[in-house]
Design a protein around this ligand. Structure first.
Ligand code: GLP
Length: 242
């Protein structure tokens, strides 16, 4: 595990974007596993800037997102498809047909999970998976539990996750109760993992995830098993690490 700690979130964004950009520069048709949430927004801005400046092209890149809410479609402004379009895809030279987010508005969400896994499998190994971290240690929408499902699956969201994400909705009742998420096994299959965490409010869970026991009750702790994990933190998020 390689832990990088920077003074400011701006530095974290720049370094995160550079890590992703270097993968695309080395392999123009790279497969990127992408994430939503507040954490990667600054990284995506940096990538957009590099693309606008002609330093980086996404024309051959393929992307797979971690997760999506069940019950809302890609046009919904709180869907993760909408988020990705708004924060990244609409502003870079990527072919939208090469961008993949699970479809949360299907009649059969279980079948969508099987389809999504098969698609990732057929595409080949993800060159990198970008991850944020939930306050309870979730990655994607893999919530703390007695066990973890390896592949893409439907999850019931923890109340604290719905509460945390209610800030983006009119009220908590509008936050979907279920989501489709890549499983921890899908995530661990990526060649490289980039976990990005910012803010003092995540310092305890960062410590638990990186220096605590490996347990399904803290899904991010399973990342300790990955041979090529980069953790990118701001000073506040890394403040409790020994
Ligand atoms: C959401 C997403 C995760 C994300 C996490 C943290 O629930 N499903 O992929 O990492 O919350 O979000 P944030 O970066 O906004 O703190």
């Amino acid at each position: 595990m390689n832990i990088l700690i920077y003074d400011t979130q701006e530095q974290v964004n720049k370094v995160g974007a550079t890590i992703l950009a270097n993968i695309v520069l080395a392999k123009p048709n790279a497969i990127l596993g992408l994430a939503t949430g507040g954490t990667p927004v600054g990284i995506y801005k940096e990538l957009v800037a590099k693309n606008e400046q002609g330093l980086l092209s996404f024309s051959e890149v393929r992307t797979y997102n971690l997760d999506e809410y069940v019950g809302i479609d890609g046009e919904h402004d709180q869907s993760y498809r909408y988020f990705m379009n708004e924060n990244l895809f609409n502003h870079i030279d990527i072919n939208k047909a090469n961008t993949h987010v699970p479809n949360g508005k299907v009649a059969d969400a279980e079948a969508e999970c099987v389809r999504y896994d098969a698609e990732i499998e057929a595409a080949g190994q993800l060159d990198i998976q970008l991850l944020g971290l939930g306050h309870n240690g979730h990655i994607g929408f893999n919530e703390p539990d007695d066990s973890q499902v390896p592949g893409t699956h439907v999850v019931e969201l923890a109340q604290e996750t719905r509460q945390a994400n209610a800030r983006f909705f009119a009220n908590i009742d509008e936050v979907p109760t279920h989501a489709i998420t890549m499983g921890v096994g899908t995530i661990l299959k990526a060649k490289k993992i980039l976990l990005v965490v910012k803010g003092e409010d995540k310092a305890d869970i960062v410590k638990q995830a990186l220096q605590g026991p490996i347990t399904t009750q803290c899904p991010a702790s399973l990342l300790q098993l990955h041979p090529n994990l980069i953790v990118l933190l701001d000073k506040a998020a890394g403040s409790k690490l020994s």
